[in-house]
Design a protein around this ligand. Structure first.
Ligand code: IFM
Length: 461
């Protein structure tokens, strides 16, 4: 296995999932604070008030990353720490925290890779319409410019939005994520404004530092249609592919939305697109970030899975509505490393314009805890990362411009509506004591990093 010499190995987290300190240093409430405190929204009524207490323990966490040989750390900036009310009023203590974190990383020889938006919108901003209010485009660009001003001297690669499909559709249509809405018009407006926000934030950051590399991170997947399915299943797969993958990519590369969605939403979409918007949407990005967990499987749908004639409610078989191949992870997601190879090759084939591709998240939830010997033997996660990294190198050898891989997640954390029970960490966290214990997967990943992938074939065998 030959990884390019300049290949970067990282780990990833996000602010609300790990930081805690929800009421510290002037941080304003976010939509996830509100959602978590709404009865019935998160398993066990859990929330991110303390989480991994990373806000206070970041030096120890960075030291652990260094021990593991991690080369880059993808974290997210909590907008409500910098702008508690989501308006122009700054909170310097919020800026200072991320400045300290970035310095700590650089001192440890780890490249900081911030994401500007990983779902924790200031609640006050949402109260003014949030992502459905067009004003957010300018507000997000201002927030991006301020982040570039404060951090762009030291963080040169900045991700604008994390998985916009999730907060637009899961947050505003199916309601299973914050802000918990179920409104098709809101969802469409949110999706369009996110496209504009990515482009305008990129321009705003470049105006501050021309050498900042900006990109979006998408939760991409391949739709696999079961043999013998009805023709409408293929139509549904095409619609879902347009939603999750093509909407975000073709708008930035070509300034258009997929025709299948333009037709599907008709006036509902047309009325949120103002003159000149698609010129604004068109922007060259330095890289494309991909969060890949599994392929999605479709078979003959139940009535409830079919798109209604008026365009909504829209179904969300993101990963599984058909027969899901076994085994699955603790999330019930199938394990499909070949899908990662296929996805990377599709990007090269369909969208060769991207100068660079990064796997900004990949990983698996498994419940293994600390064993009698004080270790965490998470062999299934070891195999999962080994097989997915093998798919990455295969794609690199076949021409993919893949340049980096970030394991999700550095440590166990708050898994959104699933609370703390779903553990994605390479490092185990005891949420009572906050003790961190590197799992076998962390050790395996450290060996992969140290050898730049050379040991991959023998990992977990
Ligand atoms: O935990 C999430 C992360 O915040 C976004 N990508 C998927 C992960 C696992 O569900």
């Amino acid at each position: 296995m030959n990884f390019p010499d300049d290949f970067t190995w990282g780990v990833a987290t996000s602010s609300y999932q790990i930081e805690g300190a929800a009421h510290t240093d002037g941080r304003g409430p976010s939509i996830w604070d509100t959602f978590s405190y709404t009865p019935g929204k998160v398993v066990g009524g859990e929330h991110g008030d303390v989480a991994c207490d990373h806000y206070n323990r970041y030096p120890q966490d960075v030291a652990l990353m260094k021990d593991l040989g991690v080369q880059a750390y993808r974290f997210s900036i909590a907008w409500p720490r910098l702008y508690p009310q989501g308006d122009a009023q700054r909170e310097q203590r919020g800026f200072d925290f991320y400045s300290r974190l970035i310095d700590e990383l650089l001192n440890a020889g780890i490249t900081p890779v911030p994401t500007l938006y990983h779902w924790d919108l200031p609640q006050a901003n949402h109260d003014r319409g949030g992502w459905a209010n067009r004003d957010i485009v300018g507000q997000f660009a201002d927030y991006a410019a301020a982040s570039a001003t404060e951090f762009g001297d030291r963080a040169k690669k900045i991700i604008t939005l994390n998985e916009p499909w999730c907060y637009t559709w899961l947050g505003h249509m199916s309601g299973v994520h914050a802000p918990g809405m179920e409104d098709l018009d809101f969802s469409i407006a949110t999706a369009h404004h996110s496209v504009l926000a990515h482009a305008e934030a990129t321009r705003a950051m470049r105006a501050v530092h021309s050498d900042i590399e900006s990109g979006i991170t998408l939760n991409m997947t391949n739709f696999r249609v079961a043999e013998g399915s009805n023709p409408e299943v293929y139509d549904l797969a095409a619609l879902q592919d347009a939603h999750i993958n093509r909407w975000w990519i073709e708008s930035q590369l070509h300034g258009v939305y997929p025709q299948i969605l333009v037709d599907h939403y008709g006036d509902k979409l047309a009325r949120v697109i103002k003159d000149g918007d698609m010129d604004i949407a068109k922007i060259d990005s330095e890289f494309l970030g991909i969060n890949y967990y599994s392929d999605s499987f479709l078979s003959n749908p139940a009535e409830s899975d079919k798109p209604a004639e008026d365009g909504g409610p829209f179904p969300f078989p993101q990963r599984a509505s058909g027969q899901v191949p076994e085994p699955t992870t603790d999330m019930g997601w199938p394990i499909t490393p070949d899908g990662l190879y296929d996805l990377l090759m599709r990007i090269e084939r369909d969208w060769p314009e991207f100068k660079e591709v990064s796997i900004t998240e990949n990983g698996a939830a498994y419940p293994e805890g600390i064993d009698a010997d004080g270790e965490v033997h998470d062999e299934r996660r070891v195999e999962y990362i080994r097989d997915h990294i093998a798919a990455v190198i295969r794609a690199a050898e076949d021409g993919s411009k893949i340049r980096s891989y970030f394991g999700w997640s550095f440590m166990d954390n708050f898994e959104w509506a699933e609370g703390y029970a779903k553990r994605f960490g390479l490092v185990h966290v005891d949420f009572e004591t906050q003790v961190r214990t590197p799992k076998d997967s962390a050790k395996a990943y450290a060996a992969i990093i140290a050898s730049n992938g050379a040991v991959l074939a023998s990992v977990g065998r």
